[in-house]
Design a protein around this ligand. Structure first.
Ligand code: 13P
Length: 253
């Protein structure tokens, strides 16, 4: 059911490091006919090696293609990195930036998250910018301070016209892959806080436009209650996006 707001719901699957080319082809062939009538904007964020085949399979459909990281540099000696221009040429529309797994395991910092976001916007990609606190931080009442710092740094030197294009994903780290979802009330409260942080920098009109997603063990069983909340405009789905039937249920919450 549509909420009385102008923000279009957005449901994105984050496949993380899952699925081969063959598996990607089979998934998309099964998935597309089932989501043709979806009301939400839908995206699949796939591993780099699946982008070519996914781009071909999704062409002409309403499902957007996303990547899971992007370099801050245009080109050059950056072994292992992929540039925004390369992604755009390959048919990518969205890119996840600053996922907690990249921050925790692959050295992403508030600074590099900001640099990647700027590079993505410059190339015309839509960043899906992830923020979120650890369990320890939540238990010690540091959630708001952590989010304030992450948000401030992420949007450094980004003008309002670009900032409103960013899709913000609030992903409490303790809820990722754990089956422990934030309650709709807690998720709403924190997504509202994230929006208020955006509003402090970019003012209320812009904050009403920007989409804020929830992510962390979101699935067919809890999507409807989360999506009913005023400040939750969609979801970034990990585990539950890997099986077509499960993800379709989330898309059609
Ligand atoms: P899960 O849905 O598996 O908890 O993952 C969430 C996530 O990290 C999406 O980016």
């Amino acid at each position: 059911m549509r909420k009385p707001f102008t923000r279009k719901p957005f449901i994105a699957g984050n496949w993380k490091m899952n699925k081969t080319v063959a598996e990607t082809k089979a998934y998309i062939a099964e998935f597309l006919p089932l989501v043709e009538d979806a009301e939400a904007d839908v995206a699949l964020c796939v591993p780099f090696t699946d982008i070519a085949v996914a781009s071909e399979a999704l062409a002409g459909s309403k499902v957007g293609l996303g990547a899971q990281n992007v370099s801050w540099a245009d080109k050059g000696a950056y072994t292992g990195e992929i540039s925004a221009e390369m992604l755009v040429e390959a048919g990518v529309k969205y890119v996840i930036i600053g996922h907690s797994e990249r921050r925790a395991m692959f050295g992403d910092t508030d600074k590099t998250v900001n640099m990647r976001t700027i590079a993505a916007l410059k190339a015309g990609l839509i960043p899906i910018l992830c923020v979120g606190e650890t369990e320890q931080q939540r238990m010690t009442n540091k959630t708001n301070a952590v989010l304030r710092k992450q948000m401030k740094a992420a949007f450094e030197n980004i003008a309002v016209e670009d900032a409103v294009k960013v899709i913000i994903a609030y992903e409490p780290i303790w809820a990722i892959g754990t089956g422990k979802t934030a309650t709709p009330e807690d998720a709403e409260e924190t997504c509202a806080f994230v929006r208020s942080l955006f509003s402090r920098v970019y003012k209320k009109v812009a904050a009403k436009k920007v989409r804020v997603l929830y992510g962390g063990s979101m699935n067919a069983a809890n999507a409807k209650d989360l999506m009913a909340k005023e400040n939750i405009d969609g979801g970034l789905i990990g585990g539950a996006s890997l099986v077509v039937g499960d993800f379709v249920k989330v898309v059609k919450y």
